[in-house]
Design a protein around this ligand. Structure first.
Ligand SMILES: [Zn+2]
Length: 160
């Protein structure tokens, strides 16, 4: 059912990065060649759920860490990268990102927002938003160790 424009825009493997252990956390994605700003790298793939289905699968309990492979496209669709996900789920969070997730035609894509050198880790700002207030305790449940000078110490988004 893909539109011709989708096929043209959709990056295909081999992707310009490799998955290996990261100094930020666990595994990460590292550029295997120079990547120019604006390049679309990979789809953030996963099972598509309604918000109700996502809530049923991962109940959002205040005071507990919620599931980090969920990505809301809009009010109707949530992508769960832990089911049918791809290498995009290995990208780590950073407060000084070189990539971002963009929504195009109801799909999620990782795109470079800076020129990236070979060997650089690909990172984007998760900017999680919780239902509850972003208190210091909540921020601590999502600590950030990205090492950036501008690190805000948490993967939670600034709320207003
Ligand atoms: Zn940080």
């Amino acid at each position: 059912m893909s539109h011709p424009r989708d096929a043209q825009n959709a990056p295909q493997p081999p992707y310009p990065f490799e998955i290996r252990s990261s100094g930020i956390q666990g595994m990460g994605a590292f550029a295997t060649r120079a990547i120019p700003i604006g390049e679309r790298l990979i789809e953030y793939a996963g099972e598509r759920l309604t918000p109700a289905q996502a809530e049923e699968r991962y109940p959002d309990v205040a005071g507990e860490r919620h599931h980090t492979f969920l990505f809301a496209i809009d009010d109707d669709v949530v992508v769960d990268a832990s089911v049918n996900g791809n290498e995009a789920r290995f990208l780590n969070h950073s407060c000084a990102p070189n990539c971002d997730v963009v929504i195009d035609q109801k799909r999620l894509w990782i795109e470079a927002i800076h020129d990236i050198e070979p060997g650089e880790e690909l990172v984007y700002d998760y900017a999680f938003v919780l239902e509850e207030r972003h208190t210091p305790a909540a921020k601590k449940r999502y600590p950030c160790h990205c090492g950036a000078i501008t690190c805000r110490g948490t993967m939670l988004a600034k709320k207003r």
